[in-house]
Ligand binder design. Structure first.
Ligand SMILES: [Zn+2]
Ligand SMILES: [Zn+2]
Length: 161
């Protein structure tokens, strides 16, 4: 492994730690908890949608995220076209707080008084290509579920034979 790759790996790891710290701060602020748990069926579907979108290029990166400077990034299912840097995400959040996305469930799209907020952390990934190394940033996926969908998400994922 060459020096450039090693340095990128260090940066990617630091970005993942930073991202996790952000997630933990958010959890504390909303009286939530951070733990290592298996995603429920709804979270698993969202993760699948995210991974498929990245592979098919239906999900793009905002212009501030580059392949050589990994930093915490965000993806939300209600504005699914972009993976956003912290600045772009906070701009998007401001827009949605004024709009109709507050109190809307990201699964069934119904409005509810109580929305349970979830965050899932995907660590950064470094790929060593023949001539250079590139990195995918650590991505936090944030979504909200209404009480009935939260119930569904708490059921274990059925194993498919
Ligand atoms: Zn950006
Ligand atoms: Zn719902």
């Amino acid at each position: 492994m060459n020096a450039a790759t090693t340095s990128l790996l260090d940066q990617a790891q630091a970005a993942t730690h930073h991202s996790l710290a952000i997630l933990q701060n958010v959890a504390v602020r909303i009286n939530g908890a951070c733990n290592e748990s298996q995603p429920g069926p709804i979270a698993a579907r969202l993760l699948e949608r995210f991974h498929t979108g990245v592979h098919t290029l239906d999900i793009a990166f905002c212009p501030h995220l580059t392949a050589t400077t990994p930093q915490p990034a965000f993806w939300v299912p209600y504005a699914a076209g972009l993976i956003r840097c912290p600045a772009c995400m906070s701009r998007r959040l401001h827009r949605s707080l004024k709009g109709t996305e507050t109190h809307r469930c990201d699964n069934c799209r119904r409005r509810a008084v109580t929305i349970h907020v979830y965050g899932v952390q995907i660590p950064a990934v470094v790929l060593e290509l023949s001539d250079r190394a590139v990195s995918l940033p650590p991505v936090q996926i944030h979504f909200g579920l209404c009480p009935p969908c939260k119930q569904i998400d708490q059921q274990p994922v059925k194993a498919t034979a």
